[in-house]
Design a protein around this ligand. Structure first.
Ligand code: MG
Length: 367
């Protein structure tokens, strides 16, 4: 089997809530997704997607994904898409860094490998653990009372884990955490995600003020060193996200005892091949993971479902159903949330079929 062509689309993903807001006043209203379809000489196709969280969350942006795929795509023509390790090596040699650019292409190769084998990607990645995967809901940054109200609303959708977007003024963030903690039901889990927005001093103030609250603290500061200092000074369980941008960063943080859990985002680390490698080490070394991506639609959500479903439940802190946040569906067969949970499809590959009537003509095709 050989890669013959790569079709590339741009797809706008508007938000149901209208706006997604997080630290330092950052927000996005319409996400810029890039969707790819790798066409093999056998006629089989594989789908992939990458969708940065705007241009100022990670070093990634929507048009950059397409520019990178234009650069990288020709190196993939003629390769066997089932040979995901070879494809990974060719991409890393042809383009240094730019993990998010590689993610959609790698994802499409896994879809093709699954279809060629007649097996779901979750099976290729180790098999399913449990019947479904529990999801968390990100609570967009707003006034404390409004965030507490949103938690109550999303609980009705079956979510039992809530990730508050903090990382703003410390006094307001303390009020946000207390307001939401005050409406939590028994068994629900609260995470305060500062998305790098706090100085280390802000983080220490907030952590000290909410000492009585059962809350996880996620990625308080921009640099790893700041986060490590905060981690060593506070008592709350600690999650690293933005700083864990690859295997080396994860291993360093493991050696330093820098976290209790990580957020594993597929495009942040360069695709399913690299994410699975980190996932397997997290399982071996004892770290629960939130398995997700920066953002995405139907194909990213499907990829998350397969990676998460093939992760032992003890190490599955949570996962994200991004396709329920947006108003546009561009693929059939993607996971749909039921009672706050989703499952990987049983169909071969990722189990998705791109909807031509939504995507329209490709932005470009590489042959
Ligand atoms: Mg985070």
């Amino acid at each position: 089997m050989k890669i013959e062509a790569i079709r590339v689309w741009q797809c706008d993903l508007p938000l149901r809530e209208g706006r997604y807001s997080w630290s330092e006043g950052k927000f996005v209203e319409v996400f810029d997704a890039t969707v790819v379809e790798i066409v093999a000489d056998t006629g089989l196709t594989g789908a992939g997607e990458v969708c940065p969280l705007g241009p100022f969350y990670l070093p990634a942006y929507g048009p950059g994904a397409r520019a990178g795929i234009r650069e990288l795509g020709p190196h993939l023509i003629g390769l066997d898409p089932r040979a995901t390790g070879v494809v990974e090596a060719v991409m890393d040699r042809a383009l240094l860094g730019h993990p998010y650019v590689k993610s959609a292409l790698d994802m499409a190769c896994w879809d093709l490998a699954g279809k060629a084998a007649g097996l779901p990607v979750a099976t290729l990645m180790g098999g399913r653990f449990g019947a479904s995967v529990a999801l968390y809901r990100a609570i967009s940054q707003s006034e404390p009372a409004a965030m507490a109200e949103n938690v109550a609303g999303y609980r009705a959708h079956g979510y039992a884990k809530f990730q508050l977007k903090v990382g703003g003024d410390p006094a307001t963030d303390i009020a946000r955490i207390r307001a939401v903690a005050g409406v939590l039901a028994p068994g629900e889990v609260l995470v305060a995600d500062a998305n790098t927005g706090w100085t280390s001093g802000d983080a220490l103030r907030v952590a000290a003020a909410v000492r009585e609250v059962d809350v996880w603290i996620e990625q308080p500061c921009r640099t790893y060193e700041e986060c490590l200092g905060v981690r060593r000074a506070i008592s709350q369980p600690f999650i690293l996200d933005e700083n864990i941008d690859g295997l080396a960063a994860f291993l360093r943080a493991h050696q330093d005892g820098a976290m209790n859990a990580i957020n594993l985002k597929i495009s942040k680390v360069g695709g399913l091949t690299k994410a699975r490698r980190i996932r397997d080490l997290c399982v071996a070394l004892g770290y629960p993971m939130t398995i997700e991506d920066s953002w995405g639609g139907d194909v990213v959500t499907a990829a998350i479902a397969h990676l998460a479903h093939s992760t032992p439940e003890r190490f599955r802190f949570s996962a994200t159903d991004f396709n329920s946040y947006g108003t546009v569906s561009f693929a059939d067969g993607a996971p749909r949330r039921i009672d706050g949970r989703m499952a990987a499809a049983d169909a071969p590959g990722l189990g998705v079929t791109l909807r031509a009537e939504v995507l329209g003509a490709p932005a470009f095709v590489i042959r």
